[in-house]
Design a protein around this ligand. Structure first.
Ligand SMILES: O=P(O)(O)OC[C@H]1O[C@](O)(CO)[C@@H](O)[C@@H]1O
Length: 532
């Protein structure tokens, strides 16, 4: 399958992206409009033929059957024997989605109703802390139990009208110290967010929070709630069932913000707005399962990614939101994409013949422009850039700033594509009065190679509904890329080894055990740490 693509990628290396726009219809032909969004991938080297090849490869990968299998609750996470049904968390009330013969939607809606009642009680003050109404909520979780809700809470700040929300993830005591420092234990609620309820960072931080609270209130446990699928452990931790919000093992951690793990989002902006967030994701689900490939935004986002990474060998992908409130989106996508598609063995146990997921990274624009864009424009590596931009900001009184933001975003994709030729650079230097060798030397530094690919996702405004659409778009992109690669996007065995070794190293670090059986480097590090 991958050999077929090579014919087109070889040819693409000589293509001029600007020249492709001699076709007046290119911008429109190489874009997808759906659900009020525009995804423009025309500033890439994809052509009708290479795109058709990718669409054929998609068909050959068994994509349609796999998509159906996912939405209908089959156990497509084969290495863990689980269904992949995060889409059920945002299904409409009354929908029917079966897993092992049981319709899971009533259970999902029941949990959402319980979340709503709890969030309402916190927001209207009927749930009281030991010093009055809850003013602050701290979500203690890591990975998927942190990145999603933390990203979404920040993204939807204009909609916050509930208690303040905070996130603690790192086992580094500095994190919880700095967050708790400013809070009143009598009016703070702790949400322990952990699918497994065994993650050492989260359980350690939860204990620290309980100790902190016990210094000030008589019943610290009364201000704790749990978001988990391990109901035995939450009970063992003394959190009463009415404050435990559970979910099933068919929700992967990095896909879990649509249910109980999203409780912080619901508390911050209210259950109705949370429903709008879910409805956005649902709209993207409906689009993804019904639209033909060329009109299907997640599919085309994925095929563009495959073209750049597996096709042209560009190993990283920059995600560049021109939207300050999406500043945690790159970190969130790092887990979503790299934990999902960072594999090297296919479903059947064979090695993958091509690279799998790219390195995903990024920062919001315009900040990134003043940091790493230099390398993107003039460095030796080609880095496909994915711009995201809202047509309208929330700050009506700062419209001129939004216009500047928009202009910057468009300018970057234009500069990446068009570049600046040596002739133009020479003219610039001549206009500065240079000539001869010095003109030539200085001009060369001012050349931009151009022909650098980017895509742009435009959306009207970052509302709860729109954020739901955007996140679901990326979730489905990961799915499509995973299917084409033939890998399981829903396990994460690669995180296990380090966790096990950390447990074994802790008594060595603390000096309870010798480091004798460790390698020379680890022994040296331990000696240095102990010696200092
Ligand atoms: O929600 P839990 O079970 O604490 O897990 C947290 C995170 O840890 C991981 O298992 C990786 O270590 C992620 O997949 C997950 O999101």
């Amino acid at each position: 399958m991958w050999n077929k693509l090579k014919t087109y990628t070889d040819a693409a290396l000589d293509l001029s992206i600007p020249a492709l726009f001699e076709d007046a219809g290119r911008a429109q032909d190489f874009s997808v409009c759906a659900a009020d969004m525009l995804f423009d991938y025309s500033k890439t080297s994809l052509t009708d033929d290479s795109r058709a090849c990718l669409v054929n490869m998609l068909g050959e990968s068994g994509f349609e059957a796999r998509r159906k299998a996912m939405f209908s609750g089959e156990h497509i996470n084969e290495t863990e024997g689980r269904a992949v049904l995060h889409t059920a968390l945002r299904a409409a009330a009354g929908a029917e989605i079966f897993e092992d013969g049981e319709n899971v939607v009533p259970g999902v809606r029941e949990t959402l109703d319980r979340m709503r009642a709890f969030a309402d009680a916190l927001r209207d003050g009927s749930f009281q802390g030991q010093g009055g109404a809850i003013t602050d909520v701290v979500n203690i979780g890591i990975g998927g139990s942190d990145l999603g809700p933390a990203m979404a809470c920040l993204a939807l700040k204009p909609y916050h009208d509930g208690p303040r929300t905070h996130f603690v993830s790192n086992v580094d005591g500095a994190h919880i110290h700095d967050i708790l420092q400013g809070l009143n234990p009598e009016t703070t609620l702790i949400l322990v967010a952990s699918k497994t309820f065994t993650t050492i960072e989260t359980m350690t931080n939860a204990q620290t929070a309980r100790d902190w609270m016990a210094l000030s209130v008589s019943d610290p446990g009364a201000q704790f709630a749990a978001l988990s699928s391990n109901l035995t452990s939450t009970a063992g931790w003394g959190i009463p069932a009415e404050r435990v919000f559970g979910f099933e093992d068919w929700v992967g951690g990095r896909y879990s913000l649509w249910g109980p793990i999203g409780l912080t989002i619901m508390i911050a902006m209210g259950a109705d707005k949370f429903e709008e967030f879910l409805s956005g994701a649902r709209a993207m689900d409906d689009h993804f399962r019904t639209a033909a490939p060329l009109d299907n935004m997640p599919v085309m986002l994925a095929l563009t990614g495959i073209w750049h990474n597996q096709g042209l060998g560009y190993g990283t992908r920059a995600v560049l939101p021109y939207d300050q409130r999406l500043s945690r989106l790159p970190a969130y996508l790092q887990q979503l994409e790299m934990e999902s598609n960072g594999k090297s063995v296919r479903m059947d146990g064979s090695d993958t013949p091509v690279h799998t997921g790219p390195v995903v990274w990024g920062e919001p624009g315009t900040n990134g422009q003043h940091a790493f864009y230099q390398l993107i424009h003039q460095g030796t590596r080609v880095i496909p850039c994915e711009f995201l931009l809202a047509v309208e900001g929330h700050e009506a009184d700062l419209k001129h700033q939004h216009e500047l933001l928009v202009a910057n975003c468009l300018a970057q994709s234009e500069a990446l594509m068009l570049g600046r030729s040596l002739d133009v650079a020479r003219e610039l230097m001549a206009a500065k009065g240079l000539d001869g060798d010095e003109l030539e030397r200085q001009a060369r530094h001012r050349v931009f190679p151009g022909n650098r690919p980017s895509t742009t996702l435009l959306y009207p405004k970052l509302t709860p509904h729109m954020l739901g659409q955007i996140i679901a778009l990326y979730e489905h992109r990961v799915f499509v890329e995973g299917v084409m690669l033939g890998i399981n996007s829903y396990d994460q065995w690669g995180v296990e080894l380090g966790k096990q070794l950390a447990v074994a190293l802790q008594p060595i670090v603390s000096g309870e055990m010798p480091a004798d059986d460790k390698d020379g480097s680890t022994r040296q590090l331990v000696d240095f740490i102990r010696g200092n």
